[in-house]
Design a protein around this ligand. Structure first.
Ligand code: UDX
Length: 457
C-alpha cells in the first residue's frame, strides 16, 4: 500500500555514485522502499543511463543529473579529485534543476537518499527542506575506519603494528582499506572516502548496506552517534527472501552478461564442482598476478568459470583458454547472482568487493579471498577471521598471490577439512541473511521504520 505524506504518496530520490558496485545496492534498496509503499526515482548520471545494458530494464523510475561528463570520461586524463570536484559543482546544479522540475509537477519530492561518496547532495536536500538520508555502500567496519581517520583519531598510514578500533577486531595495517594503509598510491581516493563523513552529522538518517547480525558490535557503536539503520543484504528478493513478486528484472548491468553460455555450461557440471572466479567491475590485475591465478586454477584441477572483463583479456597467458577448455569457461561478464546460486558452484575466488562479499555470504558460497585494493583488504580479513566463510590467499613480498597459494586454498575449500567447517558457516550466514530481510527481520524492520517515519514527518 502506498504511504501518503502531505496528501501525496511519499517520493524519494535515490542518488547513486555511477559505478556498478554502487548502483547495485542502491537499486535493491530502492526496490525494497517501493515494496513498502514509497515511490522511488533512481537518479544517476546521464552517461551511466546511456551505458546500462539494455535488457536490464526494471520497474524503478529513472532520472538523470550530470557529473560534467555526459559523453563519458574516456580520454580525460584528469584525476579522480578533479572529477569529484566537477561532479560536485555540476551535480549540485543539475540536481537542483531536477528538484525544481519535479516540484512544479505533481511529483514533489520528500526525501533524498544519497550515496555517501556524494556528500554535497545533502546540502541540496537541505536547501529544499527535504529529508536527507546518506547511504553507505560498504561495510560498517570499513566505514568506521574512515570515520576514525576523518576525526584524526587514526593516522594514515597507521603507525602502530596493531590497530584497535571500537567494534572491530584487532587489525594489522595491511587489513586496513588500501586507501588508508597505502596513502601514497591513492591520495585522491583517500579524500573521497574520508569526506563521506564531512557532513554526516547533519543527515536525518544514516543507512548502511550491511545487516545487524554480520557486524553487531560496530553497528551498535556507530548507532550511538547517528540514527544509523542497517538495510542489507541488498540482494534481489528473488535470490533471497522471495517476497517481492515483481523482482523479475533484477538489475542495471554496465556490461552485457554471457548468461546463456554460463548457465548452460554450469548445468553440465556436477554439484559443488566448479570454482567461480571474478574480480568485479573495476579491479585491474597485474599481468603477473593474472598469470599466477590462471595456473593456480589449472593446478587445482577443479572446473572453473572465470569472469575476465574484455579489457583485461589480453593479460591471460597465451593459449590459456584453448589449453584449459576441458576444465574452464572464461567469459567477459556473467549473471553473478544466478551463478552463485547454481548448485554446480563449490567456491568463489573473489576480490572481496563488498557486493560480491555480501552476495557470497548471503547465498552461502565459501570464498577464497584475493583482495586487490580499496575496502577489499578489510573485507578479506573479516571473511577469513570473523565470519569464517573462507580463506585469504597469502600474498608474497611483491604483493602477488602465487599459483601454489591459489591451488592450496581452492583444494582446502573444495576437498579439505577446513572446507567442511567453512561450508557449515556458509549455511549459517545464508540463513541469517535471509532472516534479516524477511518480514520482521532486523533490516526489514529498519526499512519499515524509515518509510513510516518519512510518511509521518
Ligand atoms: C567497487 C569496489 O571495487 C568494491 O571494493 C566496493 O566494495 C564496491 O565498489 P566492484 O569492484 O565492482 O565494486 O565489486 P563488487 O562490490 O563486488 O560489485 C560487483 C557487482 O557486479 C556485484 O554485485 C556482482 O554481482 C556484479 N557482477 C560481477 C556481475 O553481475 N557479473 C560479473 O560477471 C561480475
Amino acid at each position: 500500500m502506498e504511504k501518503e505524506r502531505n496528501g501525496h504518496s511519499a517520493l524519494c530520490l535515490v542518488l547513486s555514485y555511477p559505478t556498478q558496485g554502487h548502483i547495485n545496492p542502491i537499486l535493491e534498496f530502492s526496490k525494497r522502499l517501493e515494496h513498502k509503499g514509497i515511490k522511488v526515482t533512481l537518479v544517476t548520471t546521464r552517461f551511466m543511463s546511456k551505458t546500462y545494458h539494455k535488457d536490464a530494464s526494471n520497474s524503478i523510475a529513472l532520472e538523470t543529473i550530470s557529473d560534467g561528463y555526459d559523453e563519458g570520461r574516456i580520454g580525460h586524463a584528469e584525476s579522480i579529485q578533479a572529477y569529484l570536484e566537477r561532479f560536485c559543482r555540476v551535480g549540485s546544479q543539475t540536481l537542483t534543476d531536477l528538484l525544481e522540475k519535479l516540484s512544479s509537477s505533481s511529483n514533489s519530492v520528500d526525501c533524498i537518499v544519497y550515496d555517501a561518496f556524494l556528500p554535497w547532495a545533502l546540502d541540496v536536500a537541505k536547501k529544499f527542506g527535504l529529508v536527507g538520508a546518506v547511504f553507505f555502500t560498504q561495510s560498517c567496519a570499513v566505514d568506521n575506519v574512515y570515520y576514525h581517520v576523518h576525526k584524526g583519531l587514526l593516522k594514515s598510514p597507521p603507525s602502530e603494528p596493531q590497530i584497535l578500533l571500537p567494534g572491530l577486531p584487532p587489525l594489522q595495517p595491511q587489513d586496513m582499506p588500501s586507501f588508508i594503509y597505502d596513502l601514497e598510491s591513492y591520495p585522491a581516493f583517500f579524500d573521497m572516502v574520508v569526506s563521506q563523513f564531512s557532513n554526516v552529522d547533519k543527515a536525518d538518517w544514516v543507512i548502511c548496506n550491511t545487516f545487524y547480525e554480520l557486524e553487531p558490535e560496530v553497528v551498535d557503536w556507530m548507532a550511538k552517534m547517528w540514527p544509523l539503520r542497517t538495510v542489507g543484504p541488498t540482494i534481489p528478493s528473488m535470490f533471497l527472501d522471495k517476497r517481492l513478486e515483481d523482482d523479475k528484472d533484477y538489475g542495471f548491468s554496465i556490461f552485457k552478461p554471457n548468461s546463456d553460455a554460463c548457465m548452460k555450461w554450469l548445468n553440465d557440471h556436477p554439484k559443488g564442482s566448479v570454482v567461480y572466479v571474478s574480480f568485479g567491475s573495476l579491479a585491474s590485475l597485474d599481468v603477473e598476478q593474472m598469470e599466477e591465478l590462471a595456473w593456480g586454477l589449472r593446478k587445482s584441477n577443479s572446473f572453473f568459470l572465470w569472469v575476465v572483463r574484455a579489457f583485461e583479456e589480453a593479460k591471460l597467458p597465451k593459449n590459456f583458454v584453448e589449453e584449459t577448455s576441458d576444465k574452464g569457461l572464461v567469459v567477459h561478464w556473467c549473471p553473478q547472482l544466478e551463478v552463485l546460486t547454481h548448485e554446480a558452484i563449490g567456491c568463489f575466488v573473489t576480490h572481496c568487493g563488498w557486493n560480491s562479499t555480501l552476495e557470497a555470504l548471503s547465498l552461502g558460497v565459501p570464498m577464497v579471498a584475493v583482495p586487490q585494493w580499496t575496502d577489499q583488504t578489510t573485507n578479506a580479513k573479516y571473511i577469513m577471521d570473523v565470519w569464517k566463510m573462507g580463506l585469504k590467499a597469502p600474498a608474497d613480498e611483491k604483493g602477488f598471490v602465487r599459483r601454489e597459494a591459489v591451488e592450496r586454498c581452492i583444494r582446502e575449500i573444495m576437498e579439505g577439512e577446513k572446507g567442511k567447517e567453512i561450508k557449515k558457516n556458509a549455511l549459517k550466514w545464508k540463513t541469517l541473511a535471509k532472516e534479516a530481510v524477511d518480514q520482521g527481520g532486523s533490516s526489514d524492520k529498519n526499512i519499515e521504520e524509515f518509510v513510516t517515519k518519512l510518511a509521518h514527518s
